[in-house]
Design a protein around this ligand. Structure first.
Ligand code: ADP
Length: 263
């Protein structure tokens, strides 16, 4: 039986189709989030990739910022629960999840059963979120996916001292004008995000193993800066941005298979 998880974020809509609660049959990601056609398109794409119709889905679970607006799902579950579930499935030994999305960052502490025991969130300030990186990539006229490669070429990491995105934007522009090399600036930008979120993680307390999820985890520049900030190894899966959708599809399997599931 197939189950669907759909994670409707602030910037990106993500889907995972699971077969029998174990096999990932298809995934999709559309860079358009809640309030757009993104969820609909992501659903269409994942069904096409899996070669099935909506009617073949035994249970569909929505998660993410826009989950309440998506009426096609059988139920909705918070993104905290879904991220915890998805990460625990891929990395059962993880006890701390650092999830950085398009407009917020969350740190989740998991218990030994992989359930969320505690969490802290920054959703008040763009610094320390994907938004900060998106804005900076725009200024530097780079694609978001290029930041990792450039950060790796840095010879000396530029210091971004402003903690506010708007001030940091002017700071980056003046450093560029002052002749600072783009790779050094990119590494400084990644470092700035990592430092902000690392302080959130330290407040909750780091228990190993530690994993990064969410779209920003795809940026190796942020991952390696985070490793330095926290002094631990960061677990990473190429499914990082899909962890919430994966968790939702797993909850769908509970519901389809056993007539239950829990938030
Ligand atoms: P949301 O659920 O809030 O939409 P996501 O977890 O999907 O957030 O993450 C979106 C963020 O991921 C974007 O703001 C962007 O900064 C980052 N991102 C997206 N694609 C990539 C990529 N290829 N490399 C690095 N970062 C990326």
């Amino acid at each position: 039986m197939y189950t669907l998880g759909i994670d409707i974020g602030s910037t990106t809509s993500k889907c995972v189709i699971l077969k029998d609660g174990t096999e990932i049959t298809a995934t999709s990601m559309v860079v358009a989030g809640t309030g757009t056609k993104g969820p609909e398109e992501a659903l269409k794409e994942v069904l096409e990739k899996a070669g099935i119709t909506r009617e073949s889905i035994g249970a569909a679970v929505a998660t993410g910022y826009g989950r309440k607006l998506f009426t096609e799902a059988d139920r909705e579950i918070s993104e905290l629960s879904c991220h915890a579930r998805g990460v625990h499935y891929i990395f059962p030994q993880v006890r701390t999840i650092i999830d950085i999305g398009g407009q917020d960052a969350k740190v989740l502490a998991l218990n030994d059963q992989g359930r969320m025991a505690n969490f802290l969130m920054n959703d008040k300030c763009a610094a320390g979120t994907g938004r900060f990186l998106d804005v900076m990539a725009g200024i530097l006229q780079l694609e978001i996916g290029d930041l990792e490669k450039l950060a790796a070429q840095a010879e000396s990491v530029a210091k971004i001292s402003s903690t506010c995105t708007v001030f940091a934007e002017s700071e980056v522009i003046s450093q560029l004008a002052g002749g600072v090399e783009t790779p050094d600036l990119v590494a400084g930008i990644c470092q700035s995000v990592a430092a902000r979120v690392a302080s959130l993680a330290k407040r909750i307390g780091i228990r190993e193993e530690v994993c990064m999820s969410g779209g920003v985890a795809r940026n190796g520049g942020v991952r390696s800066a985070m490793e330095k900030e926290l002094g631990v190894k960061i677990r990473y899966s190429p499914l990082a941005q899909l962890m919430g959708a994966l968790g939702a599809a797993l909850y769908g399997w509970d519901q389809a298979d056993k007539g239950q599931g829990s938030t």
